[in-house]
Design a protein around this ligand. Structure first.
Ligand code: CDP
Length: 791
């Protein structure tokens, strides 16, 4: 027998509502090759743009000769920094209140920097045009790491900035310095570790691109753009190009992945817009793979000196984190304005730590801009990696079991809301339970025994744990803004007279499945089958204003707005139902998809009948139509939790390590679509594995970017990707309208530490304290044979 609650849930599953593992509706067009990506868009009379990039990391530009490029038939325009400057467009603001060169005027500051653009009849002619440009460079000493940048007498990279006297982009601190000092004075033991989270690249399969189409007769600028945040770009274009906002339309077509790479505004976008205005014809720029890998949107590159003040019984008394981050030549991070190093200070949120202090210094180097939040809420990935590596080292220093050390320090289930040591407010979670489920699934005690046994046989087995809660869903608007624009989001729901609906949001899916899951929220709130709701995002002329999709903020913010818009529609439908049933609103009850009379449950009307009445039979005085818009400003971030446990075996002869088992327990509150959530976790873990195991993009002493192709910078395939065992715990978010927390990035954020902790544990903590990512076989071999830390 099915209980009433179960039968309601089953009814909802049948219409594809909350909890249904509904197949992704967008996949139909993607797997048939019918997606509409930017390179599929072809406009009449369209020209093509290519970018000439600097071969040097640091050099003064003495002259640029474009005459040979102009001599190529089919080349229509060549733009240089000097020409951009005449229109006040040589520099643009970044999302972190810095400036960035659009096309270089004075100097080039990283290899791959944009120097000139050629617009021609086809992309090949444009490329030929770039090769024909002669640039006379005077090389300057390149600065390729923070140590060089901060050294006495180091050349000034940002000599374009009036008051800049050194290579420091910012100094920032947060936390209680005195309290933390006192905690350290009382410690029985201080555990210290130095770590580096290396540069990585989000590498979406589709690179960046734009098609600008300025229509002189209407003065309207339409830009097709690979953007995760089209409304922010519209605001930025309006500010940079001084065009009125209502005359700018940004259309973000299907995106072939984004991962943070498609949040910033890049020079190619700006130049294609100016070119279209000057030539009065559409101009298309499609970035190539090397362009993407060397110039757009690096993530990470943070060094940490971390310290934990510990009591003998295992309690953490205080945390000190001292970071230096390498931002490249321009401080272009997309992050809330008031946090200079993003949400790095979300570290240790799941642990009950009384005092913490973080000092953060950002530096300029001769590298492409870094700091992109690669599948990450503004530096949360680095925060959680550092946290979990520090925790493992501390457990080892104390001689305590690493799982027990975490358990002793976790915030307890009855201790919410909880103020974290750096001042965030967490509101819910079952941390101990998640860890227990993970340890049970991996067979923790058994594995420890096997590990001992294996050691005696000369085999190296290791186990790594990573447990973390992270803040997903910026705003609230009180604390979070980008360039002064407050962080909230929006949804607009139009229910047609037949009960079919169109939903638009200010978010922009890049593969996360919004077209599927947003319709499920509407189904949950209104009882309309999700198949009857079409979801549209990405066009600033039709979508309500929103801050876009990154930092797993869509479900916490835009998803909440969807629920609120649907509730407004339901409230109006109630009035229509009362009219149709000739009773007062107070006499009505709601069940999925139907209002009925409380005293006579058989008398009712469906939501579809209400929709028809909204256009054909509304009561006197009630506005016709059934549409609603909601802007949602969340009261807090959502705080999902994850416990990841990984076991590995290292081949001592080669340093190659294999994953034996990986267990993931995620608590992202109520799951809208469990299948999509699992897909997000598996994808995230695979990216974490790639960063931990194989992805290496670096710079030589001349500032040449090494590894900027997919032969060297490896994307994991199904062949090397390990299997994952997934489990769930559900702690609903207390303030989200449907109890959901974000999940998209959790596994990328929490995953890397589990892999690295497992390898370090296999080598033996007594032998080596740290091996930096990527944990390549030669590094592991060196750690085993030379008993040293490896970076
Ligand atoms: O902002 P982004 O879409 O990248 O991340 P998200 O809000 O965490 O959502 C990723 C995908 O997982 C979306 O399709 C969500 O609707 C879905 N999801 C879910 O089904 N249940 C949750 N509790 C969280 C996300």
């Amino acid at each position: 027998r099915v209980s009433t609650v179960d039968s309601r849930a089953l009814d909802e599953i049948k219409i594809g509502g909350m909890g249904a593992s509904r197949r992704r509706v967008e996949d139909d067009r993607f797997i048939r090759g019918k997606g509409n990506y930017i390179d599929d868009v072809v406009l009449p009379g369209m020209l093509h743009m290519e970018i000439l990039r600097s071969p040097l990391a640091h050099a003064r530009i003495k002259s640029i000769d474009t005459s040979k490029a102009y001599a190529i038939p089919g080349v229509r325009l060549v733009l240089t920094g000097e020409m951009m400057a005449t229109r006040n467009l040589a520099w643009m603001p970044t999302l972190s209140y810095d400036t960035q060169a659009v096309l270089a005027t004075d100097k080039v500051r990283f290899q791959g920097q944009e120097v000139a653009c050629v617009i021609a009849d086809d992309p090949y002619l444009a490329k030929d045009g770039c090769e024909a440009i002669v640039v006379d460079y005077e090389p300057l000493p390149p600065i390729v790491n923070p140590e060089q940048a901060l050294a006495e007498g180091s050349p000034l990279i940002r000599d374009d900035k009036e008051n800049q006297r050194d290579n420091v982009a910012f100094d920032w601190e947060v936390g209680d310095r005195d309290g933390t000092d006192r905690a350290f004075a009382q410690a029985d033991l201080v555990s210290e570790i130095d770590l580096h989270y290396p540069r990585s690249h989000p590498s979406p399969l589709e690179c960046c691109g734009s098609i600008a189409d300025f229509n002189r007769s209407t003065s309207k600028l339409t830009v097709y753009l690979t953007s995760q945040a089209p409304h922010i770009v519209r605001a930025a274009v309006s500010l940079i190009a001084e065009l009125p906002e209502h005359m700018i339309r940004i259309i973000s077509p299907d995106l072939g992945g984004g991962f943070g790479n498609k949040v910033p505004v890049y020079p190619g976008y700006v130049v294609s817009i100016l070119a279209s205005i000057l030539l009065e014809t559409p101009v298309k720029w499609i970035e190539d793979r090397s362009g993407n890998l060397i110039s757009t949107g690096f993530g990470r590159d943070v060094y940490l000196h971390g310290e934990l003040a510990l009591r003998k019984d295992g309690r953490i008394l205080g945390v000190r984190m001292n970071t230096v981050s390498d931002h490249g030549a321009f401080f272009a991070d997309a992050q809330p304005s008031k946090f200079k190093i993003g949400l790095m200070h979300s570290a240790f949120a799941c642990y009950d730590v009384p005092y913490a202090h973080l000092s953060a210094r950002g530096v300029y180097t001769n590298k492409a801009p870094g700091g992109v939040a690669y599948r990450c809420s503004f530096r949360v990935t680095e925060a959680m990696f550092f946290q979990e590596r520090m925790v493992q080292a501390a457990a080892d220093d104390l001689g305590m079991d690493q799982a027990e050390f975490r358990r002793v320090n976790f915030v307890r289930d009855d201790d919410f809301p909880h103020r974290t040591p750096y001042g965030f407010l967490t509101d819910s979670g079952q941390y101990g339970k998640c860890l227990d489920v993970a340890l049970e699934a991996v067979g923790y005690e058994d594995f420890l025994r096997q590990q001992q046994q294996a050691r005696q046989e000369g085999r190296l087995l290791g186990i790594g744990i990573s447990t973390m809660t992270e803040p997903l869903g910026a705003g609230n608007s009180r604390e979070y803004d980008i360039l002064g624009i407050k962080m909230f989001d929006s949804a607009e729901l139009r229910v047609h007279m037949t009960g079919r609906a169109i939903l638009r949001t200010g978010a922009r899916t890049q593969g996360q499945g919004h077209e599927t899951t947003w319709a499920q929220i509407v189904a949950h709130e209104l009882g309309l089958p999700s198949a009857d709701v079409v979801v549209e995002e990405g066009d600033t002329d039709t979508a309500p204003f929103g801050m876009g999709t990154y930092a797993s903020r869509s479900t916490p913010v835009a998803g909440a707005a969807v629920a609120m818009a649907a509730r407004k529609v339901r409230a109006k439908s109630r009035k229509l139902a009362a009219h149709l049933l000739e009773v007062s609103e107070e006499d009505l009850e709601w069940e999925l998809g139907r209002f009925y009379v409380r005293s006579a449950p058989e008398r009712g009307v469906s939501i579809q009948e209400c929709a028809m009445a909204a256009y054909s039979n509304m009561p006197d005085g009630l506005e016709p139509g059934l549409e609603a818009t909601a802007f949602y400003d969340p009261p807090n971030l959502t705080w999902p939790f994850a416990a990841y446990v990984c076991t590995v075996e290292i081949d001592p002869q080669t340093g190659v390590w294999d994953v034996l088992n990986f267990v993931a327990v995620d608590d992202c509150g109520v799951r809208i679509n469990p299948m999509i959530v699992e897909g997000q976790i598996m994808g995230g873990l695979t990216e974490a594995y790639a960063m931990a195991n194989m992805q290496f993009i670096t710079f030589d002493s001349e500032g040449n970017c090494v590894g900027s192709n997919f032969m060297d910078y490896l994307l994991p395939t199904a062949w090397e990707t390990p299997g994952y065992e997934l489990h769930e715990v559900v702690t609903p978010c207390p303030h989200h309208p449907i109890g959901a927390k974000g999940v998209g990035e959790c596994a990328t954020v929490g995953g890397p530490a589990a892999f690295v902790n497992a390898v370090v544990n296999a080598v033996g903590e007594a032998q080596v304290r740290n091996i930096d990512m990527p944990v390549l076989p030669d590094r592991v071999y060196q750690a085993i044979t030379q008993r040293c830390n490896v970076s």
